[in-house]
Design a protein around this ligand. Sequence first.
Ligand SMILES: Nc1ncnc2c1ncn2[C@@H]1O[C@H](COP(=O)(O)OP(=O)(O)OP(=O)(O)O)[C@@H](O)[C@H]1O
Ligand SMILES: [Mg+2]
Length: 385
Amino acid sequence: MTSDTQDFSTVVTLTIDLLSQIVLVLVIGVVLLTQNVRLALITFAVGPIVVTIALVFRQLARNAMQQAQRALATVNATIQETISGIGVAKNFRQEAAIYDDFQDVNELAYRVQLTRVAVFGSIFPLLNTVSGIAVSVIIYVGGLMAIQQDISVGEWYLFVQGLTIFFYPITSLASFWSQFQQGLAASERVFALIDDEPLVVQTGNEPVGRLRGEIAYEKVTFNYSTGRSTVLQNFSLTIPAGQTLAIVGHTGAGKSSLVKVLMRFYEYQGGDVLVDGRSIRTLDLSQYRRQLGLVPQAPFLFSGTVAENVRYGRPEASDSEVETAARQLGDGSWLADLPDGLQTDVGERGRGSRWGSGSWWPWPACCCKTRPSCCWTKPPPASTR
Ligand SMILES: Nc1ncnc2c1ncn2[C@@H]1O[C@H](COP(=O)(O)OP(=O)(O)OP(=O)(O)O)[C@@H](O)[C@H]1O
Ligand SMILES: [Mg+2]
């Protein structure tokens, strides 16, 4: 989004520039024609050569640009994958292979960028050479004509000056064309994003009030997007209020999808989902979600302190409320494991960045007692921090 909007702003600037340059070319062309038709025709003859060079350049530039962007994307993807999978890679002693992979993509990106710079760097010298040759022809022919008194020295000088003004817009038109096109493509993407309609559409805005919690799936049909396989087909299930229900099934069977549909993260295509007898499509979405609590399969912590994470859904909660809530988790003894209690900084995504990249997030003590393997390394002693 950031680079596309930047490209789009370039298009706006370029368009204004291009318009004024086109006007300039037209005006100068008319002036030169009225001065001397023969010299003016020699000048215009260079036009097709410049346009041909520009067209060839456009093709080369587009290829070079696309390859450069692809190469950059590959390098970024490789780095990201390597870093997020570094633990697995080290475990399988694949550091050397990772290094070699990175060398390969890096080398490729280097070569592609070199080509790109060569293409972009050659256009101006090339066009300047062409216009230089044209200027010398004009100086020579015009000089001869001036000697033969066909034109005055003043007119001749006007041509020599006019040529540069005439060529500059054409060369810059040619060289910025690819940037212009790139910007147009970027603007299309920006507007497509702005115009995109959310898939989840509420048909009503009814106030929700306090829910009892009876959930009924009625012949629900659901897929993540058209063309993908159906996850739920004519699925019906009624869960009475207050009941605890475990849903068991193969991986990919659609257990999490049931919850995502209920949370209104995705739109279902057939049937309906009722909560306390009301279709969840008709409810005020914000009020509805306020009544739901979701613990995701992979826990997620926002950067900040433990306390900030506990009061994430209700920022106005008092310190004592936060503490009470935290102590309800397990037997609360995990709080004592935190170096600064509730004020401990969890680091980005809960990685505990204060002590480097090692994960030390202590799990609730209840979990540690039953499954010691899920208790990760504790923070190192204060002396080594
Ligand atoms: N965001 C998504 N976009 C597209 N398809 C998805 C998405 N999430 C899940 N799926 C697909 O939907 C099907 C059901 O997935 P779901 O996550 O509901 O399974 P699950 O029963 O929760 O599995 P698990 O036991 O592994 O958690 C799978 O085929 C899965 O590939
Ligand atoms: Mg799941």
